[in-house]
Each structure stands twice: as structure tokens, then as C-alpha cells.
Design a protein around this ligand. Structure first.
Ligand SMILES: [Zn+2]
Length: 73
């Protein structure tokens, strides 16, 4: 099952600097702090909530708000 979640700066008490310059999959724009991004990923099986950050880094596909909105049209 694919899910989309919205990440903001203080998501789970961390911030987006966890990643080395995360980029939008479509336009390759760098994701900045406090940007709203969409992550497409496979929902992890039997993973604890605290493991999701590591899971996102490995499995997540980032989509910036602009590209996400344009794909919805
Ligand atoms: Zn984009």
C-alpha cells in the first residue's frame, strides 16, 4: 500500500536536515526547511514509528508541493 504523508520542520521532533540535501524527484529542486513536501513510500511492515525516519531516507520519494499540485491537475 502506498501512502502519502506531509512533513513539516518539526515532524517527529526532528527536521529535514536529517537528509543530505533532499531533492524533489521531478524537478530536482532542493527541499528546504519548512517546505511542505510529499513523500511517496511503501508503508513499512511491522516497523515502529521511530524507525520511520530511517525508512524514509532509504525508501521515500520526495515530491515538492509544486510538482505534487501540478500532478493533481
Ligand atoms: Zn518539484
Amino acid at each position: 500500500m502506498d501512502v502519502r504523508i506531509v512533513i513539516r520542520k518539526n515532524f517527529m521532533g526532528g527536521n529535514l536536515m536529517l537528509w543530505d540535501k533532499p531533492k524533489c524527484t521531478y524537478c530536482e529542486k532542493e527541499i528546504k526547511e519548512e517546505d511542505v513536501v510529499f513523500v511517496k513510500m511503501r508503508y513499512p511492515k511491522r516497523k515502529g514509528f521511530t524507525e520511520i525516519k530511517a525508512y524514509l531516507r532509504n525508501e521515500g520519494t520526495f515530491i515538492c508541493e509544486e510538482c505534487f499540485n501540478s500532478k493533481m491537475e
